[in-house]
Design a protein around this ligand. Structure first.
Ligand SMILES: Nc1ncnc2c1ncn2[C@@H]1O[C@H](COP(=O)(O)OP(=O)(O)OP(=O)(O)O)[C@@H](O)[C@H]1O
Ligand SMILES: [Mg+2]
Length: 225
């Protein structure tokens, strides 16, 4: 379980200070599939970046299974973020000069297990990418690129996946496909936090948190449709 308590985050710019997160509280249960929604600029990406360890915060506490991650040593903190958290982005963030196979294998880099490359064929199959291992990102469709990005995350075997508008650049059928993959992962026990502007996508998740001005205004479970 992840608990964020009283998180504040201010961006200091030349002209003014921007309060991106304002005493934010959020609990993410194990195996939860949480949709994070809210108006543009309400702090969704900032929150995801903090959950992923990409960004710091000014005050508050970040607990994982009751342990305050932000009070750990740098080594423990970086090991937590490297091994436990996986991220998927709207723009896929694949390395353009690596083929699909190597992009996926890269996800296992931090685990440093000698045989992580052996899992690539299994992941190609699982994400319906068989026969595409030798191709480069520019040769793939958006949906295929996002499936490679998800395969790369699965290579890492994180306990939670954070996805910032993963269907934002996809057409309806590719978006549906990606959501089916996330739902299957969640049914297998993966915790997922998914930022979206699309209420149809949010409705397919298990719970929803609505952000307003740097805080979570409402969080509730969704009934299966
Ligand atoms: N690096 C930064 N420097 C300064 N201000 C920032 C930075 N990143 C975000 N902000 C500001 O913080 C606030 C929250 O931004 P954030 O990107 O988290 O919003 P968001 O909810 O993800 O929006 P969107 O739905 O448009 O992606 C905004 O006012 C934004 O301008
Ligand atoms: Mg954003």
């Amino acid at each position: 379980m992840i608990e964020l308590r009283n998180i504040c985050k201010v961006y200091h710019t030349a002209s003014r200070d921007i309060k991106a997160l304002d005493h934010l509280d959020l609990t993410i249960r194990d195996s939860e599939f949480l949709a994070l929604v809210g108006h543009s600029g309400c702090g969704k990406t900032t929150l995801l970046n903090i959950l992923a360890g990409y960004d710091s915060f000014d005050s508050g506490i970040y607990l994982h299974d009751g342990i305050a991650v932000n009070r750990q040593t740098d080594i423990s903190k970086s090991s937590y973020f490297r091994l436990q958290i996986g991220t998927v982005f709207q723009e896929y963030n694949l390395l353009p000069y690596l083929n699909v196979r190597d992009n996926i294998a890269l996800g296992g880099y931090y685990r440093k297990t000698a045989d992580s490359r052996k899992r690539v064929p299994e992941l190609l199959k699982r994400l319906d990418l068989e026969g595409m291992g030798h191709m480069y990102p520019h040769q793939l469709s958006g949906g295929q690129k996002q499936r490679v990005a998800i395969a790369r995350v699965l290579m890492k075997q994180p306990c939670i996946v954070l996805a910032d508008e993963p269907t934002g650049a996809l057409d309806v059928s590719n978006a549906r496909n990606i959501m089916n993959i996330f739902r299957t992962l969640n049914n297998q026990g993966m915790t997922i936090v998914l930022v979206t502007h699309d209420l149809n996508i949010a409705r397919q998740c298990g719970s929803i948190a609505v952000m307003e001005k740097g805080n979570v205004a409402v969080k509730r479970d969704l009934l299966p449709s």
